[in-house]
Write a protein that binds this ligand. Structure first.
Ligand code: UDP
Ligand code: MN
Length: 638
């Protein structure tokens, strides 16, 4: 009897224990659910599958294109799925994340932040020991570094920022009250992405949905360019299925930026295509001014002012207007600031500005015009220079380009590109297509400044037959017209034999050098090992100027006894200051104003203070004052 009641008591205890467990589990799951409810719109892929909608209407078109134009990426091996994917699913070490509504409940990681500022938000448990906190900080720094490697920006910071964050107003006050014409065309915003981070991709989508008026926004068309990362698969499809007006299509081949946009264009139905990078944030009122300019002239291709989202802190930095897009003789694109334009004409603040080229971040174009002018060059692969090709083509074949200042969109500029190029020369091959299709004899100027492209071109013939046919059938103008009419500000190098190339110093066996990172304002010249790549190319022209760099806007100048580079335009009025004479027999390069000779001094030993550089000295016949211009690309060109 006693034994039986003992057993019963034990059973009772067990039951009570079980019930206790169940209650605790229930309480915990309730807590968890409330948490996930609060964070429904927080960054990060849905952890639990969202409810499926009955029959997803046109939700996901898997594109298995047999269009040869789309097959160009075929030989690019798909990039491996990364282990770091896991990172995106690591729950925040502080437990709950800031919900979108609590905008300022996170702290930003500032560039060069000290240890303290890397802690975002107070620890959830006040008693957390210092050692544990330090350990977690270490873990977090690790996560940031790995995310940086993977994406080229600090995704950990991005993940803590609302997908609906409000941006500081950056528009000119006169833009705010602007009236637009009544009936604007509809727009399809085409967003191509390849292995984009969840937070930046979805912030782009929400930003468009939150800012573009419904009556003009036909759709947001997401085009997955064969992403490998897990969060962009079903998680994304599910998420998108709950968003009104957003479609997702996936390519089964890696198409590259241009190919992916062309694919998006074939599926888009809006009258205007807005190609947008997958890491952008739009200012209020960004879409209407773009649509209006296109409505007035269907051959206009337009871009907003591209503000800059910092890759480290995700701060929004407004770009100074006026600005326009240009490219240099290495066929690299950049935004060029023209503050002097504004001084001349205060009206400029809200007037669109014609632009020789537009960047790829956001560009809007009439859908029919896009198709008829030849979409993107299908021969260009992966990434690079496709926006320059589009720019030259649009201008040469009857269209125009402009930046519209009342429209502003922020673009995340990465610290480095995340793509592992299967072939280092892809960018050069894209540029070669531009040179061969569009630049006529001016292509030589490019090849001299990019010798790698020159050597590739010598052994390969790009297949540009179709593009040349297109150029003929559209009756496009030649590059001379482009240079003189659209971009007359671009200096046209003379590149005379024996007076252009690398400036080689006989005495030191090195070349005159100006490291690229030093910028367009100029600075001291160096001597450095000759690169042979074209990066040290200069051009002594018939005016006696030694023009440097891919834009040719920097001139060899003097500052005391040092040879420096300065903007040619700033000293052209001082006679002789920028003039040099090359004496072929002695190899001397004589500065006309001072009648001193250019001398190369090699840095000695590992002195802390740099003693090397280019100097002006009394003329002698010392080998350090002997120079010759070494042309790496034969005068006949490619
Ligand atoms: N992209 C793509 N396929 C590629 C490379 C890039 O779809 O093979 C997308 C990328 O996700 C981004 C856009 O094209 O949305 C432009 O690329 P990225 O932002 O890397 O160029 P950047 O702005 O740095 O010049
Ligand atoms: Mn980009």
């Amino acid at each position: 009897m006693r034994r039986r009641s003992a057993v019963r008591r034990k059973m009772l205890c067990l039951w009570l224990l079980l019930i206790g467990f169940a209650l605790v589990a229930l309480a915990l799951s309730d807590l968890f659910n409330r948490d996930s409810d609060r964070n429904r719109h927080k960054p990060g892929p849905p952890r639990q599958p969202l409810q499926r909608i009955a029959s997803p209407p046109d939700l996901e078109v898997i594109v298995d294109s047999h269009d040869p134009a789309l097959e160009l990426g075929a030989d690019l091996t798909p990039l491996k799925s990364l282990q770091e994917d896991q990172l995106l699913f690591v729950p925040s070490i502080h437990g709950t994340k800031s919900s979108p509504q609590k905008k300022r409940s996170y702290k930003m990681l500032l560039p060069g932040a000290s240890k303290d500022t890397t802690v975002r938000g107070p620890p959830t448990h006040g008693e957390m020991g210092k050692a544990v906190r330090l350990h977690l900080e270490g873990l977090e720094r690790d996560m940031e570094l790995r995310a940086l490697q993977q994406y080229g920006f600090n995704e950990v910071v991005s993940e803590r920022i609302s997908l609906h964050r409000r941006l500081p107003e950056a528009r000119h006050p006169e833009c705010l009250g602007e009236q637009h014409i009544e009936s604007l065309p509809s727009a399809s915003v085409v967003i191509c992405f390849n292995d984009e981070a969840w937070s930046t991709l979805l912030r782009t989508v929400h930003s468009v949905l939150d800012t573009a008026p419904k009556q003009y926004l036909q759709e947001v068309l997401l085009v997955d360019d064969l992403s490998q990362q897990g969060h962009l698969k079903t998680g994304l499809s599910e998420y998108v299925s709950h968003l009104d007006g957003v479609r997702l299509i996936r390519s089964t081949k890696r198409l590259g930026v241009g190919g992916c946009r062309t694919l998006g264009a074939t599926r888009a139905v809006g009258e205007v295509l807005v190609f947008m990078d997958s890491h952008c944030e739009c200012q209020k009122g960004w879409l209407e001014p773009l649509l209006e300019r296109i409505a007035q002239d269907r051959t206009r291709v337009v871009s907003p002012i591209m503000d800059v989202i910092d890759w480290q802190s995700f701060r929004y930095n407004a770009t100074q207007w006026p600005i326009r897009g240009v490219f240099d003789w290495r066929l690299d694109f950049f935004w060029e600031s023209n503050p002097e334009l504004q001084d001349k004409d205060p009206e400029m603040a809200v007037q669109p500005l014609q632009s020789p080229a537009l960047g790829g971040g956001v560009v809007a174009i009439d859908r029919h015009f896009f198709q008829s002018v030849g979409a993107y060059d299908p021969g260009m692969v992966l990434w690079g220079a496709e926006q320059i090709e589009l720019s030259i083509r649009v201008w040469s074949c009857g269209g125009s380009m402009e930046v519209v200042p009342c429209s502003r969109v922020g673009h995340l500029i990465r610290r480095h590109l995340p793509y592992r190029f299967p072939d280092q020369d892809l960018l050069q091959r894209n540029k070669i297509r531009i040179a061969e299709t569009w630049m006529d004899t001016y292509k030589k100027i490019y090849y001299r400044r990019d010798t790698l492209a020159h050597f590739i071109r010598q052994s390969e013939n790009p297949n540009i037959t179709e593009r040349l046919r297109l150029k003929r059938s559209l009756g496009c103008r030649n590059f001379h017209w482009f240079l003189t009419t659209v971009y007359p500000q671009l200096y046209i190098p003379q590149d005379k034999t024996a007076l252009s190339g690398e400036l080689y110093s006989v005495g030191t066996g090195r070349c005159a050098d100006y490291p690229q990172g030093r910028g367009l304002q100029g600075g001291a010249m160096d001597v450095a090992p000759c690169t042979g790549t074209g990066s040290q190319h200069c051009d002594l022209n018939s005016e006696g100027e030694v023009r440097w760099g891919p834009t040719g806007t920097l001139c060899l100048d003097t500052e005391g006894e040092r040879a420096v580079l300065s903007p040619c335009a700033s000293h052209r009025l001082t006679p002789g200051r920028l003039q040099w004479k090359f004496i072929k027999l002695s190899g001397q390069l004589v500065h006309q104003l001072s009648q001193l000779c250019l001398e190369a001094v090699k840095e000695e030993g590992d002195n802390k203070r740099s003693t090397g550089g280019l100097f002006l000295r009394q003329c002698t016949h010392h080998p350090r004052q002997q120079w010759h211009f070494e042309q790496l690309v034969a005068p006949k060109g490619a």
